[in-house]
Design a protein around this ligand. Structure first.
Ligand SMILES: O=C[C@H](O)COP(=O)(O)O
Length: 249
């Protein structure tokens, strides 16, 4: 049975005081949910976030990591550093990392391998750009991102993978893929994994949708059979909005 997951990617938002305040609000407002709930604050506030959520079921995850064990990589952070502060899940491949930090499929595949080697859980992001969708190339792009990033994994590695399909044209734009477009792509992703790995893995992997999920559209998107939750950006920065989205599962 695959998990339902709602994760908030805070990106480069919220200083320490704001992080603690938002997490305190979330903890206070959280009610029982079928979903695993995760938040990804910036690196420097991960420990504070863990402390603020000590008695909460909300998981703290990281937005990124480097593939190397350690070494001369100024400004970077390793899997061991995350594990050392109790963070065992990492987002890899976010479109902003691909677009602004030059992260290629090859780099991302190395990051995935490095995280899995440390037994971390990986939330792997991918999705097409507007031009790909306009030229009807979106399925090919998504298939190639999946293939280059993940499809050479061992079958057993897949229990540690969560997928997040994020069409780049819908991120932070207010434009959302329609629930039908999301379902169509999620079904395609599952079929691609069935063909490349096996049906069991495809059925058990959670596939989240990300891209302008808001309180007013979450329920319809999450109601689609192959959509197992969401990776939320802007709306995860407002406690009431994030809670409404969690409750839409
Ligand atoms: O990681 C989250 C996604 O980039 C979605 O961001 P958004 O909800 O602000 O569109």
């Amino acid at each position: 049975m695959r998990s339902k997951i709602v994760a908030g990617n805070w990106k480069m938002n919220k200083n320490l005081a704001e992080t603690e305040a938002l997490l305190n609000q979330l903890s206070a407002k959280m009610t029982d949910t079928k979903a695993e709930v995760m938040v990804a604050p910036t690196y420097v506030n991960l420990t504070a976030a863990k402390n603020a959520l000590k008695s909460s079921s909300i998981q703290v995850i990281a937005q990124n990591m480097h593939f190397a064990e350690s070494g001369a990589y100024t400004g970077e952070i390793s899997a061991d550093m995350l594990l050392g502060i109790g963070v065992d899940t990492v987002i890899i491949g976010h479109s902003e990392r691909r677009a602004y930090f030059g992260e290629t499929d090859e780099i991302l595949a190395k990051k995935v391998k490095a995280a899995l080697a440390k037994n971390m859980r990986v939330m792997f992001c991918f999705g097409e750009e507007l031009a790909d969708r306009k030229s009807d190339n979106h399925f090919a792009v998504v298939e190639s991102q999946l293939k280059n990033g993940l499809l050479n994994l061992e079958t057993s590695d897949w229990s540690k993978i969560v997928l997040a399909y994020e069409p780049v044209w819908a991120i932070g734009t207010g434009e959302t893929a329609s629930p039908e477009q999301a379902q169509e792509m999620h079904a395609f992703i599952r079929k691609t994994i069935t063909n490349a790995v096996n049906a069991d893995v495809a059925n058990n992997v959670s596939i989240l949708y990300g891209g302008s999920v808001k309180p007013n559209n979450a329920e319809e998107i999450f109601s689609k059979p192959d959509v197992d939750g969401g990776l939320i950006g802007g709306a995860a920065l407002v406690a009431d909005d994030f809670i409404t989205i969690i409750n839409a599962i």
